[in-house]
Design a protein around this ligand. Structure first.
Ligand code: 13P
Length: 248
């Protein structure tokens, strides 16, 4: 079953309209012949300017979060319509930093994921275990619980991109080994097969995220179940192009 690889950046709370547009202009010619889908998920306030900067390129602009309600009294939140107005295709949901620092729960991840799908966009839904959980031998239990709740009531799981981001690998320089990432992502695929259907699970794009960089991307991308990457730090520089061109 062919799954088109998908490399996405997550700028987090970095870059400005000026530095972001400059980076996109420099990246565009370097990634134009990519064999994978390419996206940069950026802070909401940068979406209009980055959409403009990426016009005519193969770089799609995504968001880093979205509220589940279509509108209303939710100070500081961003709705689906606001994102769609700028042609946003992808929305990161449930990043571990949102879970850790901003009270995101599996229940709210589930609501957001379904709202992104209902709006016709693609959620990049993040799951992953902490170091304590991995060392405690409960990684599979943690991921099963996240998947079960986060995907509850989703009608077509093939429209969801899953990002497996072990919390201990994010921003730490400590990447999961190729084998660890493959083994865990294969487990995630198997679990999706149980929750939905094995055939659907074969179609789901599952990315790895956590200190993925220009040096380790080839090995990770060579794994049979790893379909892409969600890149933090390395998406803030031209290294992102090297990752996008991992197969060249
Ligand atoms: P780093 O690539 O900086 O470790 O971040 C990964 C990540 O959190 C992407 O969402």
């Amino acid at each position: 079953m062919e799954r088109k690889p998908f490399i996405a950046g997550n700028w987090k709370m970095n870059m400005t309209a000026e530095s972001g547009a400059k980076l996109i202009k420099e990246l565009a010619p370097l990634v134009k012949d990519a064999d994978c889908d390419v996206a940069l998920c950026v802070p909401a306030i940068l979406i209009p300017a980055m959409t403009e900067a990426a016009k005519g390129t193969n770089i799609a602009i995504g968001a880093e979060n979205m509220h589940w309600e279509p509108k209303g009294a939710y100070t500081g939140e961003i709705s689906a319509d606001m994102l769609k107005e700028y042609g946003v295709k992808y929305v990161i949901i449930g990043h571990s930093e949102r879970r850790q620092y901003f009270g995101e729960t599996d229940e709210t991840v589930n609501k957001r994921t379904k709202a992104v799908l209902a709006a016709g966009m693609t959620p990049i839904m993040c799951i992953g275990e902490t170091l304590e959980q991995r060392e405690g031998g409960i990684t599979e239990e943690v991921l099963s619980k996240q998947l079960g709740t986060d995907l509850a009531g989703v009608e077509d799981v093939t429209k969801v991109v899953i990002a497996y981001e072990p919390v201990w690998a994010i921003g730490t320089g400590r990447t999961a080994t190729d084998e660890q990432a493959q083994e865990t992502i294969a487990f995630i695929r198997k679990k999706i097969g149980e929750l939905f259907c094995p055939k659907c699970a074969e179609k789901v794009i599952i990315q790895y995220g956590g200190s993925m960089n220009a040096g380790n991307c080839k090995g990770l991308m060579a794994q049979p179940d790893i379909d892409g990457g969600l890149i933090g730090g390395a998406s803030l520089k031209l290294d992102f192009a090297t990752i996008v061109n991992y197969n060249k």
